[in-house]
Ligand binder design. Sequence first.
Ligand SMILES: Cc1cc2nc3c(=O)[nH]c(=O)nc-3n(C[C@H](O)[C@H](O)[C@H](O)COP(=O)(O)OP(=O)(O)OC[C@H]3O[C@@H](n4cnc5c(N)ncnc54)[C@H](O)[C@@H]3O)c2cc1C
Length: 397
Amino acid sequence: MAQDGYDADVAVIGVGTMGSMACWQLAKRGVSVVGFEQFAPGHDRSGAGGESRLFRTAYLEGPQYVPLLLAAQEQWRNLESDVGRELLTLNGGLMIGQPDSEFLTSVMASIQSADLPHEILNYNEATKRYPQHRLHRDEIMIFDRQAGFIRPELSVALAADASESMGARILRRERVNSVEPDEQGVTVVTSNGVWRTRKVVIAAGAWSQRLCPKLTPTIRLQRLVMTWFPLRDPASYTPDRFPIFIRQTEAYDISGWPTLDSTSLKVAVNFGYDMVDDPDGLDRTVNDHLLDTIRKGVRELLPDAINEPMRIGAYMDGYTDDRDAIVGYTDDLPNTIAMYGFSGHGFKMAPAIGQAVADLVADGQTQLPIDHLDPNRLTQNRQPPKRLRTIAGESGR
Ligand SMILES: Cc1cc2nc3c(=O)[nH]c(=O)nc-3n(C[C@H](O)[C@H](O)[C@H](O)COP(=O)(O)OP(=O)(O)OC[C@H]3O[C@@H](n4cnc5c(N)ncnc54)[C@H](O)[C@@H]3O)c2cc1C
């Protein structure tokens, strides 16, 4: 228990994806932590909704992520062991495209950086093994063995629950109105009261900069849409027969998941999405123009799906200019660890990010490979690296 006039050692603002994992990792170490969530852990109104998230290690975003992803895999298993449920299912992942494309070249660079287990399937092998995909003659598949899917809402809810069992306080439906850090600690003003802690972790996702306008770098808020298409033959799309996939063609950048409801195939077409001006006003309707684009992609690439989505979901995430998140102590505010801007690909790393934050709180540093996520990197006059058009585009994967 915190003392000397502090209500807790650490306040975590936002018990969503990253906040729940930070609470779990901090509580596991015996740090006194209080988490504030404006809704309730496991809600589906921002970064974590929509049934499933991709887990991948043959990472098209670059080999710098591979050690962190392997650490995350271990932490997912630790969380599963603490909560007694499977959260990450490794049914493999297909990266589908032209062999000499920047996309597959990046995937191969990650594979080679850590000698990741994989298979390369040429057109004939790929169409034979995975006939669910209508391939173009110039496409191949790279099978990432250490890929699969995670259950997002359940993971967040169970991580928060586990943290409470380990002594954390999670305050639900308690919105933080202001965070005022100073050299001695942090004052957190909520809809219900005032708290004083030694440190604060800003894990408010799309709301982070609204809450703390001084935080840099700034993020753009992006709306991301997911669609579930009914299947004529769901048995061909179960996790054991249908790996998760990302496919980039000249026309499409599309991700997909096996059926988890024995009824539908979930796909996300990764472009054409809107900006979000106000995270409190996320528009969850999807217009016909965007739906037409998604339907067209599914009709051409996954012809067995009935071409009318039975379910549509809209969510959001914050994007940095270089598509790398912000994780660490920030020069902008004292006693403040920032973790936001996960740019559409943060979920898979969440328990390792929580571990890194717990290290930073307890030891002031972490051995986890998160240098590329340093909050101060863009303010130190470093230019964002050149990225692939497709990689830099709007996506959630
Ligand atoms: C549609 C979609 C698909 C994606 N697909 C993948 C994928 O396949 N694989 C992958 O790895 N990643 C994927 N991502 C990215 C990943 O899901 C996000 O990067 C991650 O969920 C962001 O986590 P977060 O903690 O920053 O935000 P959130 O999970 O949104 O958490 C922020 C929390 O803070 C709370 N909060 C905000 N303000 C306050 C306040 N003032 N007081 C109290 N609480 C507050 C919010 O209610 C929320 O619960 C996807 C994202 C989206 C949107």
